[in-house]
Ligand binder design. Structure first.
Ligand code: NAD
Ligand code: LMR
Length: 329
């Protein structure tokens, strides 16, 4: 019996993500919340012949509180995406995420919170600060969703191998954060080796494509926003892993942007040579959330440089999130 809730459920990501969650038999209750259109989205999804009972709520009449009551997993794709004229997502999304986090902290403080809203490197620290303010912060239950970077890495490697049928088997850890150079693909640890003779230039181009995959979609959508369908796929994939672990499945490991106060965080800080508060690393999931943050493993010199190059942006992004919550208090 799992109740999952999507905050921002009527949006470009929210709708297909809610569809994928409705299709998952592990979910028995699905709560949808947005400032618009959730009754319609919920009515539509409720006709699908799967177990989840669907409810769609809006802000009036305590909709946020109602939808969050009893929630075990809350996924947040609420907020504006990149589009022409909207470049500073933080300006708008920080306040949206802060408001939603306050709702979760007061109504479902034990829920696992999966943050999709950008910029993830800053919105996750915002949720942490809001939870701290309400004395309910459990770092093991807060996740920045970086799965789209992992999904892209699998797909792009399979394309290079000339066999897309392998895409879902290819596993490439992607660590760091979720924007530009903070996205660090560890291609040397790919489950499927790149072709022999794959040149340094080609490797650099592949790293760059994974780091800036979001730009490809923004450009192709030509003013209509950023990745929604691939993000919904990635968000559902990560949410289902969290739910499987919650239900007792062991051995699930996936990268996520998490607090380095969790077990393994201190060792990771030494590995990356930086005293960061958050970092995306492979984490082991369990019924109480993150069991432990795993080591990044053996890195090539190139990968060490990529990690080092990610640190300044990560430091800034994290501090920007924390400073926002301090200012708005
Ligand atoms: P969208 O505009 O299509 O949908 C966003 C939804 O959020 C809208 O339905 C809107 O009504 C809703 N919303 C706004 N304020 C709200 C509030 N206070 N409470 C509840 N809902 C609210 O945008 P999208 O394309 O779905 O993108 C959503 C976010 O996800 C953006 O910030 C985008 O940058 C981000 N994103 C993250 C990743 C990632 O990998 N983490 C990938 C793609 C997009
Ligand atoms: C992505 O990776 O596609 C998202 O973070 C959206 C964006 O703005 O790039």
């Amino acid at each position: 019996m799992v109740k999952a809730v999507v905050l921002g459920a009527a949006g470009g990501i929210g709708q297909p993500l809610s569809l994928l969650l409705k299709c998952n038999p592990l979910i028995t209750e699905l709560g949808l919340y947005d400032i618009v259109n959730t009754p319609g989205v919920a009515a539509d999804l409720s006709h699908i012949a799967t177990p989840a009972k669907v409810e769609g709520l809006l802000p009036p009449d305590d909709g946020l509180k109602k939808v969050l009551t009893g929630a075990q997993v809350v996924v947040i794709p609420a907020g504006v995406p990149r589009k022409p004229g909207v470049n500073d997502l933080f300006k708008i999304n920080a306040g949206i995420v802060e408001g939603l986090a306050t709702g979760i902290a007061t109504t479902a403080p034990k829920a696992f919170v999966l943050v999709i809203s950008n910029p993830v490197n800053s919105t996750v620290p915002i949720v942490a600060e809001v939870f701290k303010k309400h004395n309910v912060f459990d770092p093991k239950r807060l996740f920045g969703v970086t799965t789209l970077d992992v999904v892209r890495a699998s797909t792009f490697v399979a394309e290079i191998l000339g066999d897309l049928s392998k895409a879902s088997d290819v596993v490439v850890p992607v660590v760091g954060g979720h924007s530009g150079v903070t996205i660090v693909p560890l291609l040397s640890q790919s489950s499927h080796s790149l072709p022999s003779g794959f040149s340094d230039e080609k490797l650099d181009a592949l790293v760059n494509r994974i780091q800036f995959g979001g730009d490809e979609v923004v450009k192709a959508k030509d003013g209509a926003g950023s990745a929604t369908l691939s993000m919904a796929y990635a968000g559902a994939e990560f949410a289902v892993k969290v739910i499987q672990a919650l239900n007792g499945k062991k051995g699930i490991i996936a990268p996520s942007f998490v607090s380095l106060t969790i077990d393994g965080g201190e060792a990771l800080k030494k590995e990356i040579g930086a005293d960061l508060e958050f970092f995306s690393a492979p984490v082991e999931l369990g019924p109480e959330g993150v069991v432990k943050i795993n080591s990044l493993g053996k890195l090539t010199d190139k990968e060490k440089k990529l990690v080092a190059a990610a640190i300044p942006d990560l430091t800034n992004n994290i501090q920007t999130g924390i400073a926002f919550t301090k200012k708005s208090n």
